[in-house]
Write a new protein. Structure first.
Length: 385
């Protein structure tokens, strides 16, 4: 039963992407948005049903295998259903469905309306592959697909030179981090002869010396820093605000930027063998948190303030997982996904209300004109305080 539910939750956004890419131009508004939202919302419901036993504490981690992907390397297309992947799946699909619904109205009148929702569905599928993969190979495929779909969404309005440049910048900077992830995969396979999480984590204490464990985890940290915009690979995130505001909420608040935190938490067994690497993670997180928050104080663009706030909050998460406080780090990841997405969507409402203006120095008295937006942003502000 769980295998069927997880498989459907994975495949629904992929089916939405394929269908909208093929027929999105022929379908009038708002139906592409409705279809895309429905696929993610149903995926959330299916994941919620599959998570009941996990929440009750009666379930054991379950692996769902689709097929032998690379038999010569012993790699299977398989997915892991355990408390960490359950939480991440519910965050990705739950927040993702709400952002999809918001986008139906936000993107009204855009000439590539259907294509936008196709890309959103592709992003959700990619994130699900990343957080559900039961081995490093599947995780890496999801990791790279997330990079591709984020590029497509950040540079969605590619007619604007700034948007096109921001997409390229995000893609290139993330590739720097991905080199570290790829080197870590090579070292892992060389040491263990497998990419499976269970085999690697179970045998790591007997197989890895401190030096090799440190090398692997530092390379993993490089990959995580790229995806989660930690120093010195933070430079892509503020520019990525050139994309549509729902993209900022989905990618740069709720999902993609938390992938690095998830990876460090998932590979916590390796970081326990490398105290130097764990210290690096915590230190980079602490420095990034202070650095980004300080920069945010000098910003005037409403979305760039939130972008630097996001980088700072991610720094707190890295501090937690670096100190082996994985529950605290993942809990903050979950709460941050909701309140930061809400802040971004509120910013989108403000931008719509002031005819596209994003400079906060030119705004004022909006509370009376936009009481609902004031209420929702107040809730999000209290949550982050």
């Amino acid at each position: 039963m769980v295998a069927v539910l997880i498989s459907l939750a994975l495949l629904l956004p992929l089916a939405g992407f394929v269908g909208l890419l093929a027929f999105g131009k022929r379908v009038p508004e708002p139906w592409p948005g409705v279809v895309a939202t429905a696929t993610v919302a149903v995926a959330f419901v299916l994941a919620l049903i599959a998570a009941v036993d996990v929440f009750s504490g009666t379930a054991v981690p379950e692996t769902v295998t689709w097929f032998d992907w690379l038999p010569a390397l012993g790699v299977q297309a398989s997915f892991l259903w355990d408390p960490l992947s359950v939480l991440m799946t519910l965050v990705v699909t739950g927040v993702g469905a709400l952002i999809h619904a918001y986008s139906i109205g936000y993107m009204h009148g855009d000439e590539r309306y259907g294509r936008f929702f196709a890309y959103l569905n592709l992003f959700i599928f990619s994130m699900l592959m990343l957080v559900l993969g039961s081995n490093f190979a599947v995780m890496f495929v999801g990791w790279e697909l997330v990079g591709l779909s984020s590029y497509l969404l950040i540079s969605f309005w590619f007619e604007k030179p700034t948007a096109a440049a921001a997409g390229k910048k995000a893609f290139v900077v993330n590739r720097v981090g991905d080199v570290g992830f790829l080197v870590a995969l090579m070292l892992i396979f060389n040491a263990f002869g497998t990419f499976g999480f269970h085999a690697v984590f179970e045998n790591a204490p007997a197989t890895l010396g401190t030096g090799m464990a440190t090398a692997i985890t530092l390379m993993l940290m490089l990959g995580a820093a790229g995806k989660s915009a930690q120093l010195p690979l933070h430079v892509w995130l503020p520019d990525a605000m050139e994309g549509p505001t729902p993209v900022s909420a989905l990618i740069h608040a709720a999902t993609m930027v938390t992938a690095g935190v998830y990876m460090v938490a998932r590979t916590g067994a390796l970081f326990q063998l490398a105290p130097i690497s764990a210290g690096v993670v915590a230190t980079v997180g602490a420095v990034t948190a202070l650095f980004a928050a300080t920069i945010a104080l000098a910003q005037f663009d409403i979305k760039r303030v939130l972008a630097y706030s996001t980088i700072s909050q991610l720094g707190y998460m890295f501090m937690a997982v670096g100190a082996a406080a994985h529950v605290a780090g993942i809990f903050h990841l979950m709460t941050h996904a909701f309140f930061k997405a809400l802040l971004f969507l509120g910013a989108g409402s403000v931008i719509h209300g002031v005819a596209g203006e994003q400079d906060m120095r030119k705004m004022g008295g909006l509370g009376r004109a936009m009481p609902w937006t004031l209420g929702t942003m107040t809730v999000a502000w209290l949550a982050i305080s």
